[in-house]
Write a protein that binds this ligand. Structure first.
Ligand code: AMP
Ligand code: GLY
Length: 427
């Protein structure tokens, strides 16, 4: 069997790594891939929304199955284009991917189907947005641009003054262009966050180990929001009771909502949750795997990933037996100095040979240059370690990190620390 993975991040490297473990797999291709993926897969470069060219590539390379990593091609309808040509693919069509592509669509669907989420108002008129803001109690509030804004469209504001500023930059200055024509103003929710990956064929579903990611650039959740500086799973903050509530109050009503709306959702539904005092509530839905959560969640899967994805596409997920490892996984992201602001690339990456064999190195922003591996992006590598105890997984990941060097390398030193302390305190 030949498989194509679309995307270029650490998430896609983890997908390639896990898919390659299926004994039926002959060739793996990646578009565009990265320095690590291209050691394991044959890489090609085609714009991710040029569907005719992608379909042509799939045909000429006799690719049997395509897996889409990032959201943009899904929101643009890649899965519909492939299925219309009889080409199997993992991921929802455009109608389902709207759950990530439009915050307003997601919020209204949740409201209609009684799925717990922050109270909100939606606005296309700046003055109406300001008026709504003024009648809220003073305090933190969240302002979100409606469309895709490369993960930067949500602004958590400490007070109304900051919210006013955010509204002005989205609606008047249009810093996110079209994405800011409509905005959501949302109640600020407090609690631990968790990422649940729900794998569904539209009828049945499986949930992978609940994960947490670390979005801020600096320790103790300081600094700017990034694509994600680390992750771990399973998070002890999602207790069996909370997971059960999330199934009953969020996952199942959401899958039911898709059916009611005649949306055939096949793929992964990423549920970003806030674990509030009143129970789990939805922060956001995504139509794809999370990055860097995938770099811990897939290594913690005992059963086969490709088989699961094929069952999703074939509508027989009920016959797939998901097995998860009873271990913890921790991923520490090594980033270029300066990220998420401006940073330099092209620096040689040293020390990967010294990383212990049982530690996984997932490449993100890397490329091969004259036989040498160099940095090529903001997030460069994700170092994943597994262990029976969370603290041991943390230690193994950080010990491996010590072997790796590139100029101005930056990483957080507190990945999973709160969870380790929580586990100690609740023992
Ligand atoms: P989003 O773009 O919706 O994924 O939001 C990005 C991040 O902003 C989330 O991961 C949260 O950390 C934070 N956030 C978004 N919405 C809220 C909210 N209503 N309350 C508190 N934090 C939020
Ligand atoms: N880790 C957050 C995301 O993938 O959206």
């Amino acid at each position: 069997m030949n498989v194509l993975v679309i995307g270029s991040g650490g998430r896609e490297h983890a997908l390639v790594w896990k898919i390659a473990q299926n004994p039926e797999v002959k060739n793996i291709y990646a578009i565009p891939g990265n320095g690590g993926i291209c050691q394991q897969a044959e890489c090609a470069s085609i714009p991710l929304t040029d569907f005719p060219a992608l379909i042509e590539f799939v045909r000429t390379h006799h690719i049997d199955f395509t897996v889409v990593g990032p959201e943009q091609p899904l929101v643009a309808g890649i899965a519909d284009a492939f299925r219309a040509e009889g080409l199997p693919i993992f991921g929802p069509g455009a109608a389902g991917a709207r759950i990530e592509g439009s915050k307003i669509f997601a919020k209204e669907l949740m409201q209609k189907h009684g799925i717990p989420t922050a109270h909100f108002g939606t606005f296309s008129d700046y003055d109406a947005a300001l008026k709504y803001l003024r009648q809220l109690p003073e305090g933190p509030v969240v302002v979100k641009a409606d469309g895709l804004a490369a993960g930067k469209g949500s602004v958590v504001c400490a007070n109304h003054e900051e919210a006013h500023q955010a509204l002005r930059s989205m609606m008047v200055e249009k810093v996110f262009r079209n994405a800011g024509e409509q905005v959501v103003i949302e109640e600020f929710m407090q609690g631990e966050e968790a990422s649940l990956f729900v794998i569904t064929d539209g009828n049945d579903y499986h949930i992978l180990h609940p994960a947490q990611d670390f979005k801020r650039a600096l320790d103790d959740d300081k600094g700017k929001n990034t694509g994600g500086m680390g992750s771990y799973a399973p998070t002890p903050f999602v207790t069996p009771d909370i997971l059960e509530r999330a199934r009953r109050e969020i996952v199942e009503p959401m899958l039911h909502a898709f059916q009611q709306e005649s949306i055939e959702y096949r793929g992964v539904l990423y549920c970003g949750l806030m674990l509030t005092d009143e129970g789990p509530k939805v922060v956001e839905f995504n139509c794809r795997f999370g990055d860097p959560e995938t770099q811990v969640v897939l290594p913690l899967m005992e059963s086969d990933l490709l088989e699961m994805m094929l069952a999703v596409e074939n509508g027989n997920l009920n016959r797939y037996r998901l097995q998860l490892k009873e271990e913890y996984g921790v991923c520490v992201v090594l980033a270029s100095g300066g990220y998420p602001d401006a940073y330099q690339t092209g620096y040689p990456i040293e020390g990967l040979d010294e990383v212990p064999d049982d530690v996984l190195v997932f490449h993100a922003g890397t490329r091969n240059e004259n036989g040498r591996l160099v940095t090529a992006g903001g997030r460069v590598l994700g170092i994943t370690a597994l262990a029976p105890e969370l603290e041991a997984a943390v230690n193994n990941a950080y010990l491996a990190v010590e072997h790796i060097h590139f100029k101005d390398m930056h990483y957080r030193r507190d990945i999973a620390r709160r969870a380790v302390n929580y586990l100690k305190a609740t023992k």
